[in-house]
Design a protein. Structure first.
Length: 423
C-alpha cells in the first residue's frame, strides 16, 4: 500500500491540516519571540520588581525573556522526540492531532500564570506539542504525495510556519499589549485546539505507515517497531540531519533573534515587530520557492548556496548595519529570504533521510535537537555580552559564523532525490 491508495481529496485534506498545524506552530514561535512584554508585566504584577532600579528591572526582564526562549527550544526538542516516537508507533495522524491539542490547551493555561516562573513551566510543557507537530505533519505529507509533487507540498509546510510567525507579529504590531491586555496573547494561541480534534476524527492515516506496521507485525519482529535513530544503521544519518537543521535554527534563534532586543534598545516600540514582519514575509517567499530551487539546482547545492548568502548578509548586518538605518529592513528581508529557503527545504529533505518505520522520529529528532544547541547559545549570550561589553552586534558577528558549519555538513549528506518513500 502506498500514496496511490489515497484519493486526491484525502491528499489535499492531509496537506491542509499539516499546513494549518504548522501555521499555528509558527504563531507559537512568534509568541515566543515577542513574549518579552508579558514577562515585564508579570514581573511587575507579581511584585518581583519591588526595590529594583530601571537597569536592574531591564536586566531581569532580559533574563526571563532568555529563559522563555530556552523553554521553547528545550521543550520543542523533547517534543520532537516524544511525539515523533508516538507518530511512528500509533500513526502520524493521531500523533499530529494530539500534539496540536496539547500545545493549544497548555497555551490557554498560560493565561493564568502569576509570575514568569509559572509561565516558563507552562510554556515548556506547551512546546512539547509544538515540537511534535512538525515531524508528524511533514512525515504525513511526504508519505501522502508522489515523488514529483512531494518537495513542493512539503515546502508549503515550511512556508506555513513563516506565515504563522508573520500573522502573529502583524497582530501584535496592530494591537500592542499593555499590562491589562497581555494575557490575550495566550487566548489567541489557544485557537488551534479545534484543528486537533478535526484531525483525530476525520483525517486518514498514512497508507505507507500502515503498510510498514503491517509488515513488521507479520514478521513478528517486535524490536523493529521502535528502533533507535541513535544506533546503527541510522546514527550517522541522524547526526547529519541534526547538523543540517541546527544551522538555520541557530542562525535564526541564536543570531537573528538578538536583532529584536537590539532594535528595542535603539529604536521605537514598533521597530522590533516591523523587523519580525519583514523577516517573516521574506521567509514566506523563500520557503515557498525552496522546492523549486532545490529541484532546479539540486538539494545539497540549494542548502550550500543558502548558507553562503546567509553568512554574507549576517556579517554585513552585524558589522556595518543598525536597526535605525533606512535600508536596514532591506537586508533583513534578504536574510529572511535565504533563511526561509532552509525551512522550506528541511520538510522534504529530512523525511527523505529515513525509512518509514523511523521517519517521524528521525525527522523530529533532526529538526528539533538543534534547538538544544541553540538554547545553549542563548544561555551563553550573557557571557558573550559581558565579553563584548553588552554589544549585541558583536554577539551576532560570532553566532552567524554557524553557516560555515552548514556548508561543510551538507557536503557529507547523501543524495536523497531518488529515495523511495514507501520503504
Amino acid at each position: 500500500m502506498n500514496n496511490e491508495s489515497l484519493s486526491i481529496g484525502s491528499r489535499i485534506g492531509i496537506l491542509t491540516i499539516a499546513f494549518l498545524g504548522w501555521f499555528f506552530g509558527g504563531m507559537q514561535i512568534g509568541m515566543t519571540n515577542l513574549i518579552r512584554n508579558a514577562n515585564k508585566f508579570l514581573i511587575t504584577e507579581s511584585g518581583w520588581s519591588a526595590n529594583l532600579n530601571t537597569e536592574q528591572l531591564n536586566n531581569l526582564i532580559d533574563k526571563w525573556w532568555a529563559f522563555q526562549q530556552c523553554g521553547f527550544l528545550f521543550g520543542a526538542a523533547a517534543g520532537g522526540y516524544i511525539f515523533g516516537k508516538l507518530g511512528d508507533k500509533i500513526g502520524r495522524t493521531r500523533a499530529l492531532g494530539i500534539s496540536i491539542i496539547w500545545f493549544s490547551v497548555l497555551t490557554l493555561l498560560a493565561n493564568f500564570a502569576g509570575d514568569p516562573f509559572q509561565l516558563l513551566c507552562i510554556r515548556f510543557l506547551a512546546c512539547l506539542g509544538i515540537g511534535g507537530c512538525w515531524p508528524n505533519g511533514v512525515a504525513l505529507v511526504s508519505e501522502a504525495w508522489s515523488k514529483i509533487a512531494r518537495p513542493i507540498m512539503a515546502s508549503l509546510i515550511g512556508m506555513a510556519g513563516n506565515i504563522g510567525i508573520f500573522s502573529f507579529a502583524k497582530i501584535m504590531a496592530n494591537y500592542p499589549v499593555d499590562e491589562d491586555s497581555f494575557r490575550n496573547i495566550f487566548l489567541l494561541g489557544a485557537i488551534s485546539a479545534p484543528l486537533g480534534v478535526i484531525i483525530l476524527l476525520f483525517i486518514k492515516e498514512s497508507p505507507t505507515w500502515i503498510s510498514s506496521k503491517d509488515a513488521t507485525s507479520s514478521d513478528n519482529y517486535n524490536k523493529s517497531d521502535s528502533p533507535s535513530v541513535f544506533k546503527k544503521p541510522y546514527l550517522s544519518i541522524t547526526f547529519i540531519g541534526i547538523t543540517l537543521a541546527t544551522v538555520p535554527l541557530l542562525g535564526g534563534w541564536g543570531c537573528f533573534a538578538w536583532i529584536l532586543p537590539w532594535a528595542s534598545e535603539v529604536g521605537s516600540a514598533e521597530l522590533a515587530p516591523n523587523i519580525l514582519q519583514t523577516r517573516s514575509i521574506a521567509s514566506i517567499i523563500g520557503s515557498g520557492l525552496a522546492a523549486v530551487i532545490a529541484v532546479r539546482v539540486g538539494r545539497r547545492s540549494c542548502y550550500f548556496v543558502s548558507c553562503l548568502f546567509a553568512l554574507i548578509i549576517s556579517q554585513y548586518i552585524f558589522w556595518f548595519g543598525s536597526p535605525t538605518d533606512s535600508n536596514f529592513l532591506i537586508f533583513v528581508a534578504m536574510w529572511g529570504f535565504f533563511n526561509g529557503i532552509f525551512f522550506g527545504w528541511l520538510p522534504f529533505f529530512l523525511p527523505e533521510l529515513f525509512e518509514t518505520k523511523v521517519r517521524a522520529t528521525g525527522a523530529g529528532v533532526s529538526f528539533n535537537y538543534g534547538r538544544i544547541l541553540t538554547a545553549t547559545t542563548i544561555f551563553l549570550t550573557p557571557w558573550l555580552k559581558s565579553i563584548f561589553d553588552g554589544n549585541l552586534q558583536q554577539v551576532g558577528q560570532i553566532t552567524s559564523l554557524i553557516f560555515i558549519v552548514g556548508m561543510i555538513a551538507v557536503l557529507l549528506a547523501p543524495d536523497t532525490s531518488k529515495r523511495d518513500m514507501n520503504l
